[in-house]
Design a protein around this ligand. Structure first.
Ligand SMILES: *[C@@H]1O[C@H](CO)[C@@H](O)[C@H](O)[C@H]1NC(C)=O
Length: 395
């Protein structure tokens, strides 16, 4: 009897769980909730952050200027400009008014007559520019790359005004770039755009915009990127192991419905053909939030136009015919050969792999780095990866 009771109780839990799951999926179709779940901008970590006190989060006294950027649609965006190590340590003493140094810092010529480059940093969802993992990024870029770092909090995040949207975040990103280039006459070629996680979606949209306007920056670094939000939904595991969308496949048409309900797409994959600058894509193999396969998809998209096509017959039954099969095999081999011809791969013991594609016509480079460690949040602080960024983008 106990067995039967247990069985019924078990079934009840199953039904309750299923109901809860469907409710969750339905809730995600509501734009407001979708926006909250995607941006997580109300998780304002660290709690009660004091943006006027970057020292509290580990940065040197008065090395950082806290200020606001106003966007063309009149939102106010919180920003930090962190001076490069070399610039900061060249000052005779701790500056008493770091804001007044901005024009000089941004036009200073460094070693070898080169201007000090600026990393324009777009962080991922949740938390703020004062979040520990992000501070580690600024430290890596200002020390090992010798760059200044401009980090912004998008609208709706931290002390910025407004509420987030795909278009809004792209506007904020552009406003930060324009602050550098238009207000402070930083050369676009001295700006390296670095996005992390959701920030790679922002960087992708900005890259497409640059292409349209013929703006050439130093390049783009995509850390822990995703190909598009709909793809993330498809591959996302709740708590690291419950596949979010898998059960939905039991309901015909449900997956398509959910995908169509996605308002904020950040479709980097779609933006790839428009990105003409050099790109570094990096992903940790132990990233449990966004699978490293997203980076493979993006890398492949850059190479795709340079590979011969495989003509799969529209009627799949035809594949069974020996001559069709033989032709397919031949095409696939030709593709593999072409891939190996344009892509070089290198293993670095205890670090990971580097795959590099040099575009024949433009000689721009697209690089894919897979690191063995780093997880989702801390990818980009590894000295090995920072050094690769430095070499690729001449910093
Ligand atoms: C840092 O700058 C502020 C003004 O921006 C100034 O009041 C303060 O004294 C400076 N701190 C140091 C240690 O010089």
């Amino acid at each position: 009897m106990a067995g039967i009771q247990f069985f019924f109780r078990g079934q009840k839990y199953l039904v309750a769980f299923g109901g809860l799951y469907l409710l969750l999926v339905a809730l995600l179709a509501i734009p407001y909730i979708q926006s909250q779940a995607l941006y997580l901008n109300n998780i304002r970590l660290p709690l009660f952050a004091d943006f006027n006190n970057p020292e509290k989060y580990g940065l040197a006294p008065n090395r950082t200027v806290n200020f606001q950027i106003t966007t063309p649609d009149t939102e106010t965006i919180g920003a930090w400009l962190v001076f490069s190590n070399s610039y900061y340590s060249s000052l005779p003493s701790i500056p008493t008014d770091p804001a007044s140094l901005i024009p000089e810092a941004l036009s200073r010529v460094g070693e070898g007559g080169k201007r000090i480059p600026v990393v324009l940093f777009f962080h991922g969802n949740a938390a703020t520019r004062a979040f520990t993992a992000r501070i580690r990024h600024y430290q890596a870029f200002t020390s090992r790359l010798g760059a200044h770092v401009l980090a912004i909090d998008y609208r709706g995040f931290a002390d910025s005004s407004g509420s987030p949207s795909e278009k809004g975040l792209t506007t904020d990103a552009r406003a930060a770039f324009d602050w550098l280039v238009k207000e402070h006459r930083v050369h676009p070629e001295d700006v390296l755009v670095v996005g992390h996680s959701l920030g790679t979606g922002v960087a992708g949209q900005l890259a497409a915009q640059f292409d349209e306007e013929g703006i050439k920056c130093r390049g783009f670094v995509l850390l822990s990127p995703f190909s598009s939000i709909t793809e993330v939904l498809e591959t996302y595991n709740m708590f690291g192991f419950i596949p979010l969308m898998k059960p939905l496949y039991l309901l015909p048409g449900a997956v398509g419905l959910v995908k169509r309900a996605v308002v904020h797409r950040f479709d980097t994959l779609k933006a790839v053909p428009d990105i003409t600058a050099s790109v570094l894509i990096a992903h940790a193999l132990d990233d449990w939030d966004i699978s490293h396969t997203h980076s493979d998809v993006l890398f492949q998209a850059f190479i795709e136009p340079h590979l011969p096509p495989v003509e799969v017959p529209t009627n799949p039954i035809e594949v069974a015919q020996p001559e069709v099969w033989a032709k397919l095999t031949e095409q696939r081999e030709a593709r593999q050969l072409a891939f190996e011809k344009v892509v070089t791969k290198r293993n670095i013991d205890k670090f990971g792999t580097i795959e590099q594609f040099v575009e024949p016509q433009t000689s721009r480079e697209v690089t894919l780095v897979k690191t063995l460690a780093g997880g989702h949040d801390y990818l980009g602080i590894q000295e090995g990866l920072v050094d690769i960024i430095g070499r690729l983008f001449d910093m």
